[in-house]
Design a protein around this ligand. Structure first.
Ligand SMILES: [Zn+2]
Ligand SMILES: [Zn+2]
Length: 333
């Protein structure tokens, strides 16, 4: 338990000039009040995961991500309540949820460096359409778990992803990776029933598409995309040839081999990114997630495919935009 949370940002931040205040945030009863000095969030997301639905009591969570350094608390530090879903306790263990002890209204998800504010707590959000537009989410995450009609989001297509490519529906699908096999029975096409398209929502033109450059997973502890992992022999192994794109518009996962027996479970729950070389001359990418349990059966979709040229990058720097930082329904940031 962090006993000295009050001596760390954002709780210990120094007050800035009132003229610099962009947002006045407060809980429902008004005991907790703080201000934000940044006009634009680093990013903004709609999270449709079941955890957010339940913890927010809402169809989805709208989170605006600000650096902790851009906040100042005016009042109510002694009225804050924390909840860490990993530990299922109210200690201030990051990441955690922050709410008001008195009125119970959710205020934010607190990460290590970032503060994921709920914009409904901003006075300016309630008063101004212009402000709501500034805070508008750039992406939907855990879209497959949404409980409201996708028609509600039909105008959000242009903001679906900062990647050039995206899956059609959901944008961020979750896949079960094949089990380890001594011999590969074939590769599974990830986008068989969920084709990739341009992230602005339009379909690919004939011949338009991509080949994979590399593939990586988001490691929450180091806050980086990585392309290696520790295999069952305690060796640092590359994962870049597990998932690949070919034929311009098809994404595949290779059957996982025995020496990678723990890879499917290792990747479970993680955010995966495939980086793509697009034949329109641009660099692209697409995101997806891996189901928490690997398949017990052989993949049924058998195809053949070739790996395009790939470069091994040991570390891909964090792309803040349109990423989700979730682990067990808490944001890691
Ligand atoms: Zn309150
Ligand atoms: Zn969520």
């Amino acid at each position: 338990m962090s006993l000295d949370w009050e001596s760390n940002p954002p709780y210990s931040n120094v007050k800035q000039d009132d003229k610099l205040i962009k947002y006045n945030a407060s809980c429902y009863c008004g005991l907790v009040k703080y201000v934000i000095y940044d006009e634009y969030p680093v990013d903004s997301t709609y999270c449709h995961c079941h955890g957010c639905q339940q913890l927010q009591g809402a169809p989805y969570q709208w989170a605006c991500i600000f650096p902790k350094t851009s906040l100042y608390f005016l009042s109510g530090l002694d009225s804050l309540k924390f909840y860490n879903s990993d530990e299922n306790n109210q200690d201030h263990i990051l990441p955690c949820k922050v709410s008001c002890k008195q009125c119970s209204s959710p205020l934010a998800d607190e990460g290590r460096r970032m503060w994921l504010a709920f914009p409904q707590t901003f006075k300016q959000f309630r008063l101004s359409e212009t402000v709501r537009e500034k805070l508008k989410a750039s992406c939907h995450i855990f879209y497959g778990q949404r409980t409201i009609s996708s028609d509600c989001f039909k105008n959000d297509g242009n903001r679906a992803s900062t990647c050039i490519y995206a899956f059609t529906d959901p944008f961020y699908p979750s896949f079960t990776l094949p089990p380890a096999q001594p011999n590969s029975p074939g590769d599974v096409q990830l986008n068989k029933n969920n084709p990739i398209r341009l992230a602005n929502g339009s379909n690919l033109a004939v011949g338009q598409g991509c080949n994979s450059r590399t593939f990586s997973y988001y490691e929450t502890n180091s806050e980086q995309f990585l392309t290696t992992y520790i295999d069952i022999n305690r060796q640092n192994s590359s994962i870049v040839d597990i998932i690949y794109a070919t034929n311009h518009d098809q994404l595949y996962v290779r059957t996982i081999q025995l020496n990678q027996a723990n890879l499917a479970s290792f990747l479970a729950g993680k955010i995966l990114k495939i980086d793509l070389n697009c034949n329109n001359g641009l660099l692209g990418c697409a995101y997806f997630t891996v189901e928490s349990s690997s398949s017990n059966t052989l993949p049924t979709i058998l195809t053949s495919g070739s790996i395009s040229s790939q470069s091994i990058m040991s570390i891909i720097m964090l792309n803040l935009l349109c990423m989700h930082w979730l682990k067990n329904h808490s944001y890691i940031s």
